[in-house]
Write a protein that binds this ligand. Structure first.
Ligand code: GLA
Length: 731
C-alpha cells in the first residue's frame, strides 16, 4: 500500500518505490511534517521533531505550558498566517471580520483509491491503479474556512502530487489573497536552489545558488509562466551533482502567474512554498464555495539530477501528456516561418512542400500570416478566416495540394490575442483585457483577449473549428506572443478584478480541453514566442512545445540543457534553421544543426529551395538517422554529459534505451581551440559488463563509462558528431 495510516499515533506515511513522506497530527491538531526523503521502512519519525523554547517564538494557547511547541519552528504541511509562525505562509484569507489570520488544524482524513483530479485544471492522471490519494481536512473554525490537502502517491513513478482547496463555511464571504499548492518543510540540511531563468529567445538558463538565511523567490506576474522563470525548481544538498546526492524537484502544473519561494529560518530550517502568483490575485468565496489550487508535482531522489530528470520525464510523458500523439512519433515537419516570414502564398508553400517531400519531411506547417489582414505583425489577430486573396486559393485547395505531395498539413493560430487593426476589434472592443479610462500597453502591437469570457471562448472555438473543419488539418501551433498587462475584465465586477488572471487561465484550459477533445487526432504544439509558456500545465494539452524562438544550434544547447531538467525530449520542439542563424548571425554546419535539433521533436524551418544539392543529401540523411534513432531518442533515458555553462569547449549528451542495449552519443564542439585537446567524455547508463560496438570497434560498457570515449578529429567551426552505440554481447 502506498499510503499507511497509524490511527493511534495519527501518523500518515506515503511510500513510493524509493521515497517516504510522513506527517503526523501533533499537539493542538497541527498537521506536522515529519519527513520527505529516501525510503524508510515502518518507522515513526516523530523523534525528528525537537521542540525547543526559543525567545520570540510564541505558542498556541492550547499547548498550555509547553513553551517549546511553537508554530514558528515546527515543520508543517500547510503554514498559516497571522499566527506565531512568522515564516512563509501558505495562505492568506480575509474572513468576515476582516482578519487575514489563517490557522488551520486537523479535522479528518480519507483515503481514495485513485488519483485526485482538479476540476477544470490540468493535473497528472492515473493510467489504471497507479495512484492512491490521501485527503486531509483542516479547518480554521474562527475564520470558517476549510482546507483539504490532497496527496496523490504514484508508487512506481516515485512521484507525489500535492493539491489543495479552500472552502468557505460562513454566511458572508471570504477573500483569498494567497494560496500555495505546496508547502515543503525541510528541517535539516543545507540546500542549493536550482532554477531556470531567462528571457525571450534565451529561456531556461540554469542558475544554482546556495540558500542563505532569508527568502529567495522566483515567479511570474506576466500572465504566463514566462520565458523569465520556469515553474520548476530543484532543492538539493550542497554536494549534489548529476550522478550523486539528495535532490527534491517540484513542478507546478499551471501556466499562469506563479510564485516559488524558499526561506531559511533562524534555526536553519528550509521552507519551500509554490503556487499561483500572489500579486494581482484575489478570489472571493461565498458560502460553501470552493477554490481549487493547481497541482504541484514532487519527487525526491538521492541519486542526483539525472535520476530526478528521468522521474519527471517519465511522469510527464506517461501521466501528463495526452492525445493520439502522446507516445507516437510526431511527423518530421517543415515550418515556413523562418523560410518566408509573412511573405508567402499557396504556390510558395506548395513548392516548399514538394522539395520537403523529396527529402523525407512528413508535414508542412503554415505559420503566421494566412488569415485576416496579416502581412506583418501589426494587424489581423482575431480574424481567424483564411485570406484567400493572399494565398491565391482556398485553404482546402492548398491543403489538398500539400497532401498530394505526401505531406500532412499543420497551421498556426494565436487565439488569445487581438490586433486593434482587425475586424474582431471593431466588433468587440469590450473583449479585450483593458483598464477602463486608461490606454492599455501594447506589445508586438497586440492586445490580449479576455479568455475568462464565455463569448470570447465561444467565438474562438467556432472560428478555430471552422478552419479545422474546412480542410485536412492535422496539427496546430498554438502561439501566445506577449506578456499580459492591464489585466482587467469587463465581465467582472470591480471587487472581482483580482480573479481576472486566474479566470483567464481557467478559460484558456477550458478552450484547450474543448479543442483537444473535438480533434484528438490533431497534434497540438504549444508556443509562446518560443518557450514562454513551457510548463507542465500546457503539456497536459500539447505534448510538445516550441522550445525557443532562438534556433541557433549553439545557444539551443544551453536552452535545451535547462529544459531537460524537468521536461521530456519528446516535448521539446526543435528545428534545423538557416545559417547564418536569424537570431544570432552565427554560422554553423548543417550537421551540427541536425544533431542539436534531434534532441527534441524534430523538424526544419528554412527555405529548402536555397539549399545546395550537397545540403539536400545531408537533410535526407538526417531524416533517415532521426527515424532510425527515434526509439532510443524519445523512449530512452536522457543523460546530460556536460554542463554548457561550465564546459566551454564542447557539449555532450546521450540517449540510452531502457534496456541499455542501444545508445546515441552526441557531441558538439562549441569553442574550437588552436592545438586542440582531444574531446574526452565518459558515457553513462550502459551495462558495465556488456560489449558495445561503436563504428567498427568493440568496447566494454565499463570502459566507455569509466575510462571514457575519445573523439579525435580535425575540428573546424562548431562541428558535431553522433555515435550510435549497440550492445553486441551481454556478459
Ligand atoms: C512567435 C513564434 C514563432 C512564429 C512567430 C509568428 O514568435 O514563436 O515561431 O510562429 O510567433 O509570428
Amino acid at each position: 500500500m502506498a499510503i499507511r495510516i497509524d490511527d493511534s499515533k495519527k501518523l500518515f506515511t506515503l511510500q513510493t518505490k524509493n521515497t517516504t513522506y510522513q506527517m503526523q497530527v501533533g499537539k493542538c491538531d497541527v498537521l506536522l511534517h515529519l519527513y520527505y526523503g529516501k525510503k524508510v521502512e515502518n518507522d515513526n519519525l516523530d523523534y525528528l521533531i525537537k521542540p525547543c523554547d526559543r525567545g520570540f517564538s510564541g505558542n498556541p494557547c492550547e499547548a498550555g505550558d509547553e513553551r517549546g511547541y511553537s508554530l514558528d519552528t515546527l515543520p508543517q504541511e500547510f503554514s498559516g498566517y497571522g499566527t506565531s509562525d512568522f515564516r512563509l505562509n501558505s495562505v492568506a484569507v480575509s474572513g468576515e471580520n476582516g482578519s487575514l489570520s489563517a490557522d488551520f488544524r486537523y479535522v479528518s482524513h480519507m483515503i481514495l483509491d485513485k488519483k485526485h483530479e482538479i476540476p477544470a485544471m490540468p493535473s497528472l492522471y492515473d493510467n489504471g491503479s497507479e495512484a492512491q490519494t490521501l485527503a486531509v481536512v483542516l479547518e480554521d473554525k474562527a475564520a470558517k474556512l476549510r482546507v483539504t490537502l490532497y496527496y496523490s502517491v504514484f508508487e512506481e513513478l516515485d512521484v507525489i502530487t500535492r493539491a489543495a482547496d479552500i472552502t468557505y463555511l460562513g454566511e458572508q464571504e471570504a477573500v483569498i489573497s494567497k494560496a500555495m499548492s505546496l508547502c515543503l518543510d525541510l528541517p535539516y540540511g543545507n540546500y542549493d536552489m536550482l532554477h531556470f531563468y531567462g528571457r525571450h529567445a534565451m529561456e531556461r538558463q540554469l542558475e544554482r545558488t546556495p540558500l542563505m538565511h532569508g527568502t529567495r523567490a522566483i515567479g511570474s506576474k506576466r500572465g504566463a509562466s514566462s520565458h523569465h522563470h520556469n515553474p520548476f525548481v530543484i532543492l538539493c544538498e550542497r554536494e549534489a551533482s548529476e550522478d550523486y546526492g539528495e535532490c527534491y524537484g517540484a513542478a507546478l502544473v499551471y501556466s499562469g502567474n506563479f510564485t516559488a519561494e524558499v526561506e531559511v529560518d533562524q534555526v536553519d530550517q528550509t521552507r519551500f512554498v509554490m503556487g499561483i502568483g500572489s500579486e494581482y490575485f484575489s478570489w472571493t468565496l461565498k458560502k460553501n464555495e470552493v477554490f481549487h489550487m493547481p497541482e504541484a508535482v514532487l519527487s525526491y531522489t538521492d541519486k542526483g539530477f539525472t535520476a530526478l530528470s528521468h522521474i519527471f520525464h517519465r511522469a510527464f510523458r506517461h501521466n501528463l501528456c495526452r492525445g493520439d500523439y502522446k507516445l507516437k512519433r510526431r511527423p518530421i515537419l517543415i515550418n515556413n516561418w523562418e523560410a518566408t516570414y509573412f511573405d508567402f502564398n499557396k504556390d510558395k508553400l506548395v513548392e516548399i512542400a514538394k522539395t520537403a517531400a523529396e527529402l523525407g519531411v512528413e508535414m508542412l506547417v503554415m505559420d503566421d500570416g494566412w488569415f485576416g489582414k496579416r502581412d506583418n505583425d501589426v494587424s489581423g489577430l482575431g480574424d481567424w478566416f483564411v485570406n484567400e486573396k493572399k494565398l491565391g486559393s482556398t485553404l482546402k485547395e492548398l491543403v489538398d495540394e500539400v497532401n498530394g505531395q505526401g505531406l500532412k498539413f499543420g497551421i498556426w493560430f494565436e487565439p488569445e490575442m487581438i490586433s486593434e487593426d482587425s475586424e474582431l476589434y471593431k466588433e468587440h472592443p469590450e473583449w479585450v483585457l483593458r483598464v477602463p479610462n486608461k490606454l492599455p500597453d501594447r506589445s508586438r502591437f497586440q492586445l490580449v483577449l479576455d479568455m475568462s469570457r464565455d463569448d470570447v471562448r465561444d467565438y474562438l472555438f467556432a472560428s478555430i473549428s471552422s478552419v479545422l473543419d474546412s480542410a485536412n488539418i492535422e496539427y496546430i501551433k498554438w502561439d501566445m506572443n506577449r506578456s499580459m498587462s492591464d489585466v482587467y475584465s469587463n465581465a467582472l465586477p470591480a471587487e472581482k478584478q483580482g480573479e481576472a488572471s486566474h479566470r483567464y487561465m481557467l478559460g484558456l484550459y477550458d478552450l484547450l480541453e474543448k479543442i483537444t477533445s473535438k480533434y484528438p487526432h490533431v497534434l497540438l504544439e504549444g508556443c509562446s514566442g518560443g518557450g514562454g509558456r513551457f510548463d507542465a500545465g500546457m503539456l497536459y494539452y500539447s505534448p510538445q512545445i516550441w522550445c525557443s524562438d532562438n534556433t541557433d544550434a549553439i545557444e539551443r544547447i544551453k536552452i535545451q540543457y535547462g529544459t531537460s531538467f524537468a521536461y521530456p525530449i519528446s516535448s521539446v520542439g526543435s528545428h534545423v534553421s538557416a545559417s547564418p542563424n536569424h537570431q544570432t548571425g552565427r554560422h554553423t554546419p548543417l550537421k551540427t544543426r541536425g544533431v542539436v535539433a534531434m534532441a527534441g521533436s524534430f523538424g526544419y524551418e528554412l527555405d529548402l529551395s536555397k539549399m545546395t544539392e550537397e545540403e539536400k543529401v545531408c537533410v535526407k540523411e538526417q531524416i533517415e538517422d532521426f527515424k532510425k534513432y527515434y526509439d532510443v531518442i524519445q523512449d530512452g533515458n536522457y543523460y546530460r554529459l556536460t554542463n554548457p555553462f561550465e564546459n566551454h569547449y564542447f557539449s555532450a549528451w546521450q540517449f540510452v534505451s531502457e534496456d541499455r542495449s542501444k545508445a546515441l552519443f552526441n557531441i558538439v564542439v562549441t569553442h574550437v581551440e588552436g592545438n586542440a585537446r582531444a574531446v574526452h567524455c565518459k558515457l553513462k547508463g550502459l551495462n558495465e559488463t556488456s560489449l558495445y560496438r561503436i563504428n567498427d570497434r568493440i568496447y566494454t560498457g565499463s570502459a566507455l563509462m569509466h575510462a571514457g570515449f575519445v573523439v579525435d578529429k580535425e575540428w573546424s567551426d562548431y562541428p558535431a558528431e553522433q555515435y550510435y552505440i549497440e550492445e553486441v554481447e551481454k556478459r
